[in-house]
Design a protein around this ligand. Structure first.
Ligand code: HEM
Length: 402
């Protein structure tokens, strides 16, 4: 590439509200490059697929040679210790039995059987919003549903659900690259609170097994491996980190896309059978997980670039999902399109355990909203605001009227 080729820069004006033109330019003119931040960025769908499938690119970002300089000041942060036991950070062979235990706990049958429960959770939230004639679609709706659903699956009493929304949010905030002391302190407190909440519950379920996912995680065995108490506690907390910001913002962004494309919203209202495919297309078009990280474990050639062991490679899902080589006319939201192969849940070894749940709750929530809010629209004068994060995309708020 010549020195005039564009390079990744999230400080490009307008990037946070709409990063897609920047990604399109990179994908077309400099699809694989070493950025000024030190990592290698991949933007093409075919390169991401190869990276997800590569045994020499690890998901364990602690192997990255820049890891200790990242998140300065957070060395004793809530996430640092736990990262060692989170499924998504573990390589085979240790990953294999732990993954099998999680797959058994989140079995397809168990998730399929959740439909009525998810409908009830969504319906209850909409009762309040309908009475008020509208809501903040982020704080009052999208941000709560994934936490309530996980709580329900783990068998947590209803009166405690809202505490989990706050705890989970506080911990998630500590995953940003730039941290303040206040955010870190709040995250640590939340982590301790969640830990203290789960500890007696875990002991109880081991003694008196129930039908819930907590019992399954506590009692499932694979290859003679069972989750130890520490691992189980860390795994439970990880479920919120894996499923809350992602699931909440998947729904929030989907609603935002629909409201910005009234013709597509109308199409969906007229034909609800489009809904399952629409949920895929909405995630392809604008999803919450914009990047996944991998680390080269050996010196190697990848997509025409020489990688050295310990180098960080960022897989730009948002760019790949709009690759014209994979999806014709990719910047058009087309709810009738086949968005198969969209990479919003990753791929390969670490493919999302919660994908079926994510699809279910998003579908149920949109369906219920179409039913209960015939005049769904942005509130007058509403300026939708985006979160400042670049690798996890999301809305700070979005007031809607029914
Ligand atoms: C609904 C929106 C969701 C999105 C967009 C999403 C996205 C992702 C992505 C992209 C990965 C792969 C990470 C990588 O390869 O680097 C992943 C992994 C994972 N997700 Fe999700 N996720 C969602 C919901 C959930 C839910 C609801 C749960 C569980 C309650 C969950 C649990 C997991 C777990 C355990 C992993 C790690 C799997 C492994 O390492 O083997 N996710 N998710």
């Amino acid at each position: 590439m010549t020195s005039t080729a564009p390079v990744y820069d999230p400080r490009t004006p307008g990037f946070v509200a709409d990063p897609y033109p920047h990604y399109a330019q990179l994908r077309a003119e400099n699809p694989v490059h070493r950025t000024r931040f030190g990592f290698v960025l991949l933007t093409r769908h075919s390169d991401l697929r190869a990276a997800y499938d590569s045994p020499t690119l690890s998901r364990n970002t602690r192997l990255w040679d820049g890891f200790s300089g990242w998140r300065r000041g957070s060395e004793d942060g809530p996430l640092e210790r736990m990262m060692q036991s989170w499924l998504v950070m573990i390589d085979p062979p240790r990953h294999t039995p732990l993954r099998a235990i999680h797959e058994a706990a989140f079995s397809r049958d168990r998730i399929a059987a959740m439909q009525a429960d998810v409908e009830k959770i969504v319906g209850d939230l909409l009762d309040d919003a309908t009475a008020a004639g509208g809501m903040d679609a982020v704080a009052d709706f999208a941000d709560r549903i994934p936490v309530y659903v996980i709580n329900h699956m783990l068998g947590i009493p209803r009166q405690d659900w809202d505490r989990f929304v706050g705890w989970s949010r506080a911990i998630a905030q500590t995953s940003e690259a730039f941290l303040t002391r206040a955010v870190l302190a709040e995250g640590k407190q939340a982590l301790q609170a969640m830990h203290d909440y789960f500890q007696p519950l875990v002991q109880d379920r081991r003694r008196y097994p129930g039908q819930d996912v907590l019992t399954a995680l506590a009692t499932e065995e694979s290859d003679g491996v069972r989750l130890t108490e520490d691992l189980l506690l860390d795994s439970l907390i990880f479920l919120y980190q894996a499923g809350h910001p992602t699931g909440g913002q998947l729904l929030a962004l989907a609603l935002h896309s629909l409201l910005r494309h009234p013709d597509q919203l109308q199409l969906l209202r007229a034909d609800r059978s489009l809904l399952p495919g629409a949920v895929e297309e909405l995630q392809r078009f604008d999803g919450p997980v914009q990047m996944n990280d991998r680390v080269a474990v050996t010196d190697q050639e990848f997509a025409g670039l020489e990688l050295r062991a310990g180098e960080l490679v960022r897989l730009c899902i948002a760019a790949a999902n709009r690759d014209p080589q994979r999806y014709p006319d990719p910047d058009t939201l087309d709810l009738g399109r086949d968005a198969d192969g969209q990479l919003g849940y990753g791929r390969g070894l670490h493919y999302c355990i919660g994908e079926q749940l994510g699809r279910l709750q998003t579908r149920v929530a949109i369906d219920a909203l179409l039913e209960r809010a015939p005049g769904l629209r942005l509130a007058d004068g509403e300026e939708v605001t985006f979160l400042p994060s670049v690798s996890n995309r999301g809305l700070a708020r979005m007031a809607v009227r029914f």
